[in-house]
Ligand binder design. Structure first.
Ligand SMILES: *Cc1c(COP(=O)(O)O)cnc(C)c1O
Length: 221
């Protein structure tokens, strides 16, 4: 067994316990393995372990890691979890299955345009700057209704909300705030929780947890 296998078993066990404590089905929670800054060997070990859902935060790096892989692994699912510039939308729509980081109307427009052009089905979520941090991407809580309305107007289906809570804050209030927003707008999916706080996120309703280092080991090794 590779260390990815062992880590995957351990994380799955913790996800199962967190789900049952919250009276939820573990099968309702998707484990997005965040492969940014990981070596191709570690990524291959993850694929060999049977894992198929991965997250990347940069379009170029996603192409470096994953170009051509969808032919070999047809059930591969790639999630973009980092900020997206409009000039990278074409490349992003070509490789990702889910874009979790829609955060402004111009980006929604561009994604919709590329979905039509490339005739690809892409799932989308809106990233919310839940801690209202000036340096962080994501739409503000105040800006969310207008952005969702815009997406509705142009026909871009939004499946859920995503957030990265402030680093130095207890995550609970941010997870519960995101859950309440998703409920208000009838959005079924919630991407929240990383290596250090995914069990808490599951308690607050996460449907997608994004886990990097706890699965792959430290980045850049
Ligand atoms: C890197 C990253 C993660 C994974 O972080 P870990 O602490 O390694 O689990 C999750 N979400 C986003 C948006 C990231 O950029």
């Amino acid at each position: 067994m590779s260390s990815f296998d062992e880590n995957l078993n351990a994380i799955r066990g913790r996800m199962n316990r967190a789900a049952s404590q919250a009276s939820r089905q573990a099968s309702d929670i998707t484990l997005v393995a965040v492969s940014k800054q990981q070596s191709q060997d570690r990524i291959q070990a993850a694929l060999d372990a049977g894992h198929r859902v991965f997250g990347e935060n940069r379009v170029q790096e996603a192409h470096d890691h994953w170009a051509g892989m969808a032919e070999r692994y047809p059930d591969l699912q790639l999630h973009l979890i980092g900020p997206l510039q409009t000039n990278k939308v074409k490349a992003a729509v070509a490789i990702f299955n889910t874009i979790q980081t829609i955060d402004r109307p111009a980006l929604a427009d561009e994604v919709m345009k590329e979905i039509y052009k490339q005739w690809r089905h892409i799932y989308c979520m809106v990233q919310v700057n839940i801690g209202d941090e000036p340096q962080k991407s994501g739409v503000s809580v105040q800006g969310l209704p207008a952005l969702l309305k815009h997406c509705g107007d142009i026909g871009l289906v939004i499946d859920g909300l995503m957030c990265i809570p402030p680093l130095n804050d207890a995550p609970e209030k941010h997870f519960s705030a995101l859950r309440d927003l998703a409920e208000d707008y009838g959005l079924p999916q919630l991407s929240m929780g990383m290596s250090d706080d995914f069990e808490t996120a599951i308690a607050y309703g996460a449907t997608h947890v994004r886990i990097g280092s706890a699965l792959f080991g430290d980045r850049g090794q």
